[in-house]
Design a protein around this ligand. Structure first.
Ligand SMILES: [Zn+2]
Length: 306
């Protein structure tokens, strides 16, 4: 029997955020899926929208809560990475601050009203407007780690990165990291990028979410088995020292050997190279800033290594 579908808005930090709830005809887990933590990551938003439409006609056990576009201020103003009102990256603010800035309050309300209490949590992302990306899933060490790894494998993306919780991790304050700390199996799933709605990336998100339903026992098999991923134990983010013109010579998904040239940052007049960036280890390019415009301490590239 098809699930009962409710489409409404939920108030998070004073914003009326679209929420789709699907309640199955039989008991089962509560799965929460969010896209649009970053406001211009369209392939992941498109994937969640399509998946919810398809799911409305399927047999479901348990309950799904899905938000296709969370960061409404960034979406509406086409602002990559941050909430425009406070300049903060929402995915560095979890689990949030009740009386903080807009990004901190949005993280707080999202965590307490949607993520907490879930049996599993998926945060769907892609590269932002100025990021090219090789699809991957990220999960954190911790008590729910083995189930998180099952979700990451099920999503079916070519790379799976495990991040050790703690001060040395490349990314802190993520929604999936906050969920992991609360003992909820959670992943960040990334496919797509550069502000595009590419069908291949959208389809990866839809297939990944369908396989997540299968491993949670919430729906019967519709999707074939996930291909085996390559596991990566380190996530290295390289930054430039000074602002300038970024000119990479590598592409997302490319394998690099230690010392290989990645690109340069030069002066805007084209006369001088300020910095030469090289691979610190044998690695694969997971994401790459595609815009030449980089700021002081600007993020250039994310690399995955063993
Ligand atoms: Zn993102």
């Amino acid at each position: 029997m098809a699930p009962v579908v409710s489409r409404r808005t939920i108030e998070l930090a004073g914003l009326a955020v679209p929420l789709i709830e699907l309640t199955g005809s039989a008991d089962g887990p509560l799965l929460t899926v969010i896209a649009g933590v970053h406001g211009c990551e369209y392939a992941s938003m498109a994937g969640v929208r399509r998946w919810c439409r398809d799911l409305a006609g399927r047999d479901l056990r348990g309950r799904v809560r899905a938000v296709p576009v969370l960061n409404l201020p960034a979406f509406r103003s086409r602002a990559p990475f941050v909430v425009p009102e406070d300049g903060k990256n929402l995915n560095r603010c979890f689990p949030g601050v009740a009386n903080g800035t807009l990004a901190e309050r949005l993280a707080y309300d999202t965590f307490h009203q949607l993520i907490a209490g879930s049996d599993a949590y998926i945060d769907a992302h892609c590269g932002d407007i100025v990021e090219a990306l090789q699809p991957f899933a990220l999960y954190e060490s911790g008590p729910a780690e083995s189930r998180a790894r099952d979700l990451a494998n099920a999503y079916g993306l070519p790379y799976v990165i495990r991040q050790e919780a703690g001060p040395e991790r490349a990314v802190a304050g993520t929604s999936s990291g906050a969920a992991a700390e609360a003992g909820i199996p959670a992943i960040t799933a990334e496919a797509g990028g550069c502000g595009l709605v590419e069908e291949q990336a959208v389809a990866m998100h839809v297939a990944g979410l369908n396989r997540v339903l299968q491993v949670l026992g919430m729906a019967d098999g519709q999707q074939g088995a996930a291909p085996s991923p390559t596991y990566l134990g380190r996530f290295l983010w390289l930054r430039c020292e000074r602002a300038g013109w970024w000119e990479p010579v590598v592409t997302a998904g490319q394998h690099l050997t230690a010392g290989q040239l990645i690109g340069t940052v030069g002066t805007l007049d084209g006369a001088e190279v300020q910095e030469t960036i090289k691979a610190p280890a044998d690695c694969v390019v997971i994401f790459l800033t595609s815009s030449p415009a980089v700021s002081d301490d600007g993020l250039l590239i994310g690399l995955g290594a063993d």
